[in-house]
Design a protein around this ligand. Sequence first.
Ligand code: ATP
Length: 97
Amino acid sequence: MNIRFHVLVAVLTIFLGFTLKVTPTEWLILLLTMFVMISLELVNTAIERTVDLVTDDFKPLAKQAKDVAAGAVLIFSIGSIIIGVIIFLPKAIRFFN
Ligand SMILES: Nc1ncnc2c1ncn2[C@@H]1O[C@H](COP(=O)(O)OP(=O)(O)OP(=O)(O)O)[C@@H](O)[C@H]1O
């Protein structure tokens, strides 16, 4: 996943937020989630670049550093999806009924 994908998801989330009229508290949760997600992706990219700068060889520690950083992004992505479903699903069901 790259940063462009996360920015696209953030733009879609904002569009959905206006369409489904989320509350101010829900906006705060969504904004925090989007900003943390993008920040985490940037930190992941920084770790990848740093590892690549340090070594071109296959090293178990290099693999661990990249995999753990990618794991952090994955875990927060799963959390973000759960938050999105909790906020948007009931509103979407009401919207289409
Ligand atoms: N120097 C290395 N030594 C050992 N394993 C590595 C090394 N570099 C990468 N790997 C392994 O290969 C995987 C892919 O590495 P890569 O640098 O392509 O990361 P990526 O997440 O695909 O990066 P990008 O987001 O730039 O496409 C890593 O998650 C890691 O498991």
